[in-house]
Every structure is written in structure tokens, then in C-alpha cells.
Design a protein around this ligand. Structure first.
Ligand code: MSP
Length: 576
């Protein structure tokens, strides 16, 4: 896979200046301002046409993955979701769209995992990040950059970011007491922890109510960020539909309405040494989440030279995140950025979790599916299709090989593959002449069924575009699979095999449907969709023929000559 890194470049620190204004912040009693619960309207997104005046590259990110253990199918899902959005933007003509992925390599969790593996921590990261990079490649992600938080450029970006926060008066030292979860890398207040009996040891431990992860009491002096100063601005931000789907936005809105406490953003080095030192204070290490979130800026060229942020991609258009990390991305992250008067991301797209037997797939519990095995067994495009088709943005989705086999056989093999096979076969080498007749208005008159079918087909690309603009790849894919299903029914009723010449209108319509569906399927199944376009002899030397603008009924005058059927989705070898 060719990986272009052209869109990102690092900017030297020269020309940077310290912002002079000391931002105002609100006193502690104001933190508890409460607001009535609000329903948040989903944000509508700019269309490609509306974007064409803007120079900023469209910028999508995945979360960066902890390297403490190997990736699983949940991580693959996040990667594919972000990749589908990036590829969609390329399809509609944003040729400089950027996708960032990478690894989160600092913090207590990694420090402890390296210790347990009896490895030097850097060597441990150097070894483990490769598996995530290999997965991004195996998943056929069209990423532009793979960031590691141990890179020198990132360390510089974080330290500069810290210095700016400090300079503007948003950082202070205070004693901090609370329950820390190494697994979640976060503090929990007393109200969010409970006792839990560990069945293995019989001992009682304290755990987070939300995640069930063990917490330990910690009392230390560290640096704090004045998060409480941002409550009002954050609430205003949520009203713009910053978080998609809106249900997550409503939850965050309600939670922030109840008040915000300031945030501990460092740990004493004696407890956490594996991280970025606080500038000017080697006794403290930067909190891993502050470090990690800045990765999105690092690769957009932060620290920005004056006026340069947007030309390099910032603000991000979409941060794709799992529902367990919404708070970090929709409360802490925009507040940090607001503190520096940096533009906030345009959207946080949240997805649900993959479960096995209804339990969250998780490295720490060990109930995980190896994504490399799944890709090897079912093929990368089939896996990408399955994850997007069944993966839930709201709610969770249960993972089972039987579901993958079911969807493959029904939707890909019998649905799309068989339709292409039958339609090309039925045209008996004359597809090109039917297409010529279709594009020059020489087809037999339309029946009522033809008219209804053609009206539906003409609408599909618009619907798919609207759903993708609203960041709902799953619904967009369902629209395409529904088109394939309706086309199979239309083909069945039209019975063109009885008289292909008289019924050539239906063969033309089915060819158009296959061509349009394949163009639209490229973000989800880049290889298979292009194989189908090749099968239909859609000119591969002219990239415009496979872009979204070509997914219009009757818009390609040239395809179909020598179209030959072949097996797109071979039978799966199903293990007993
Ligand atoms: N390192 C942080 C993210 C920092 S982003 C600035 C982190 N890493 S993680 O490796 O634990 O998780 C990475 C992503 O994988 C998260 O979005 C998380 O929600 C997602 N998933 C982890 N388990 C998952 C499932 N079982 N299902 C779907 N996604 C899952 O969090």
C-alpha cells in the first residue's frame, strides 16, 4: 500500500510566540452551576460542494492504541470506521483528506506491562507498536501518518502545549487525593468507586463503578488544570452537536451540567517515570491523557506558525472514539484547546463496543478475538464489511464467526456476487450494446416496475451521501445493501433471460445498479468494489469514473465492453 505523508509536515518552533492574554477563569462556587437536561440536535455536516472553498484538508483520527497488549477486533473496528470516513472524503473529491492513527506509549499501564514482561520500557514499546502498525496495514487503512507518543516531535509538542497552559494561568499545584485506575489511566472520585469481591482471591478490592477496573488510593501533590473554568463554554459547544450520535452528547451535557472539578494533569515521577517530564519540573510527569490527546495536534504540525494551523489540517474534522473514552475527548480535550484559544475539533464520532457473549471484548479480561486471524480467515474486505454493517454506534454488537459467515453468504456471496454473475451472464456478451442504448435513450419503453426501480436507484447516491455526511457509515452501507437486495428482486421479476433484447432495459438498469453500488462501496470494501468495477469494465485509467460524481444513473457512457463474469466472493471453507 502506498502511503502518502504529504499532508502533514512539522513546523519549526521558530516564529512561535507566547500568547499574552491571561484568560479569565471562574471561581470554585461557579463550578456547580446546573442546567436543565437538553436534547441535542445532531450536527449537519458540510457537503463536498460547501467545503470546496476551504483549503483545510479534511482530517480524521483514530484513538491511539495502548501498547500494553496485542490489538483485538474492537481496535480493528475503530480503525476501519475512521478509514471508511477518510476514504469517503477521498471518494467525494477531497483528495488531500488526512487520516492519523498510532500508538499511546506512555503512562502507568505501559510502565507496569513492561515491568511484567521484564523488558526495558522503550524496547517493549518498540516491539509492541509494530503489531498495531501491522494491523493498520492488514486492515488496508489508507492512513497518512502513524504516530507514536514516544517520538521526539510529540514530546516537544506536549511540552510546548503545557508551557502555554501554564503561561496563561490554567495550571496550579495542589494536593490531590482520589482513586486511580491504572487500567483506565484516570482518577475517580469517591462517589464513582465501590467495593467488589474478587472471586479468584476472595479478597475485597475497590473498583470503578463505570468500568469495573481496580482502583488504588492515591494522595499526592501534583499539577491541576482549571477545567472548572470551561463549564459554560463546553455546554455551549455540546449544543452545536459536537458529539455524534446525539445520545452521547446529551449524556455528556447532563454530566457537565452537574459541575466540573479541576483535573489532575501530572503524577509524581517517583510513581510514574515513563512519560514526558513536566517542563521545568523533573519531579513530575505529564498525565498520560494530556500527553495522548495532544497527538492529534502534533501531526497537524503543532506548534503552529502564526496562521498555519488550518492549512495543515487543524481543527480535526472527526475524532473517532469508543464510548469508553468520550469524556476525555469531549470534556478535557476541548477545554485544553479552549484554554489556548485553539480551534476545537469539529466532531467526536462515538461508537459502541464489540462484545463476546455480551461481555465487552477487552485485553484486560482476555476475551478477545485476534484481528489478524479474522482477516486471514474471512478476507480483509469481508471483515471490513461485517464490522461496519453490524458494528453499532449506539449500543454494542456481539461478535461471532457464525454472524460473519451468515452475512458473507447472504449479502456478499448470494447478494452482490451472484447478482453481478447472473447479470453479466444473462447479457451474453451484449452488455456494451445495452449500455450504449441506455445512455443514448434507445431502450425499450419503461414499464411501471422499471420506472419505480429507476426512481429508487437515482435516489440511492443522495441518501448514501447524506448518511455519510452525518457520519453514519453503517446506515449508508445498509442503504447500499438494500439497493442490492431490491435489484435482485427487480432482476428476478423482470426475467431478462427469457428475452434479453426485449428486456434489455432491465439489464441496463441492473448494470447501472452494480456500477453505482460498487463506486459507493469503495470506502468499505476497496479491493472487492474495484474488482467488481473491473469486471464491469469501468475504465480504470480514468480515476473520475470511480469517484462519487460518477455514481449517477446514466453518467458513464463507456463501460461494459468485454465484461466477463468471475467469482467475486468464493465459498467460505466453514469449519465444522
Ligand atoms: N490510549 C487510549 C486512547 C487515547 S486517544 C488520544 C485508549 N487506548 S485503547 O487501546 O484502550 O483503546 C483504543 C480504542 O479501542 C478506544 O476507542 C476504545 O474504545 C476501542 N476499543 C477497545 N475495546 C473495544 C471494544 N471491545 N469494541 C470496540 N472498540 C473498543 O483508550
Amino acid at each position: 500500500m502506498a502511503i502518502s505523508r504529504a499532508g502533514f509536515r512539522s513546523v519549526s518552533w521558530a516564529g512561535q510566540f507566547l500568547a499574552s492574554s491571561r484568560a479569565s477563569w471562574r471561581c470554585a462556587p461557579c463550578r456547580t452551576t446546573t442546567r436543565p437536561a437538553t436534547t441535542i440536535r445532531p450536527r449537519r455536516f458540510a457537503t463536498a460542494a460547501a467545503d470546496s472553498t476551504s483549503k483545510k484538508p479534511y482530517y480524521v483520527t483514530t484513538p491511539i492504541f495502548y501498547v500494553n497488549a496485542a490489538p483485538h477486533v474492537g481496535h480493528l473496528y475503530t480503525m476501519v470506521l475512521a478509514d471508511v470516513i477518510k476514504r469517503w472524503r477521498t471518494l467525494i473529491g477531497d483528495n488531500d483528506a488526512q487520516l492519523l492513527t498510532g500508538t499511546d506509549e506512555h503512562g502507568m499501564k505501559i510502565q507496569q506491562a513492561a515491568l511484567a514482561a521484564e523488558m526495558d520500557t522503550q524496547a517493549f514499546c518498540d516491539q509492541n507498536y509494530k503489531t498495531f502498525e501491522a494491523l493498520a496495514n492488514a486492515a488496508n487503512m489508507d492512513y497518512n501518518y502513524f504516530i507514536r507518543t514516544t517520538e521526539p516531535a510529540h514530546k516537544e509538542a506536549v511540552q510546548y502545549f503545557w508551557e502555554m497552559l501554564s503561561h496563561r494561568g490554567y495550571i496550579y499545584t495542589a494536593k490531590h487525593e482520589g482513586w486511580y485506575s491504572v487500567s483506565d489511566e484516570t482518577f475517580y472520585p469517591q462517589t464513582q468507586v465501590q467495593k467488589s469481591l474478587d472471586p479468584e482471591t476472595g479478597h475485597t478490592k475497590m473498583v470503578s463503578i463505570e468500568t469495573g477496573k481496580e482502583v488504588e488510593w492515591s494522595s499526592e501533590t501534583n499539577y491541576h488544570f482549571r477545567l472548572s473554568a470551561f463549564q459554560e463554554r463546553l455546554l455551549d459547544l455540546y449544543k452545536t452537536g459536537f458529539i455524534t450520535p446525539s445520545i452521547y452528547g446529551t449524556n455528556v451535557f447532563n454530566s457537565v451540567s452537574e459541575g466540573l472539578s479541576d483535573l489532575s494533569i501530572s503524577r509524581p515521577t517517583e510513581r510514574l517515570s515513563w512519560g514526558i517530564p513536566v517542563p521545568g519540573d523533573n519531579t513530575q510527569t505529564v498525565y498520560v491523557w494530556l500527553d495522548a490527546l495532544v497527538n492529534y495536534l502534533t501531526k497537524a504540525g503543532y506548534p503552529f506558525a502564526p496562521g498555519q494551523g488550518s492549512s495543515l489540517g487543524w481543527p480535526a474534522d472527526v475524532h473517532v472514539v469508543g464510548k469508553d473514552i468520550v469524556r476525555f475527548h469531549s470534556v478535557y480535550w476541548p477545554a485544553f484547546l479552549m484554554a489556548l484559544d485553539l480551534p476545537v475539533p469539529r466532531n467526536v464520532l462515538v461508537h459502541g463496543h464489540w462484545t463476546i457473549n455480551r461481555e465487552k471484548m477487552s485485553k484486560s479480561t482476555g476475551n478477545v478475538v485476534n484481528p489478524f486471524f479474522a482477516i486471514n480467515r474471512f478476507g480483509v474486505d469481508s471483515m471490513r464489511f461485517f464490522l461496519i454493517y453490524q458494528g453499532a454506534l449506539v449500543g454494542d454488537a456481539d461478535y461471532d464467526n457464525a454472524y460473519i459467515i451468515r452475512d458473507y453468504q447472504k449479502l456478499l456471496q448470494k447478494g452482490l456476487g451472484n447478482l453481478a454473475h447472473r447479470a453479466i451472464g444473462c447479457a451474453k456478451g451484449n452488455l456494451r450494446s445495452y449500455i450504449e442504448n441506455g445512455t443514448s435513450g434507445r431502450l425499450p419503453a419503461a414499464t411501471l416496475a422499471d420506472e419505480e426501480y429507476e426512481a429508487m436507484l437515482k435516489e440511492v447516491p443522495n441518501k448514501v451521501a447524506e448518511l455519510m455526511d452525518n457520519l453514519n457509515p453503517r446506515a449508508a452501507l445498509q442503504e447500499i445493501t438494500s439497493l442490492v437486495d431490491q435489484t435482485n428482486k427487480y432482476f428476478h421479476h423482470a426475467e431478462p433471460w427469457k428475452n434479453p433484447i426485449d428486456r434489455q432495459r432491465s439489464l441496463y438498469n441492473v448494470a447501472e445498479s452494480l456500477r453505482i453500488a460498487s463506486i459507493l462501496l469503495q470506502p468499505v470494501m476497496p479491493t472487492k468494489a474495484n474488482e467488481l468495477l473491473d469486471m464491469l469494465q469501468v475504465d480504470k485509467t480514468d480515476p473520475a469514473k470511480r469517484k462519487f460524481a460518477a455514481a449517477r444513473y446514466g453518467s458513464d457512457l463507456d463501460y461494459g465492453a468485454n465484461a466477463k463474469k468471475s467469482v467475486l466472493f468464493p465459498p467460505l471453507i466453514v469449519e465444522s
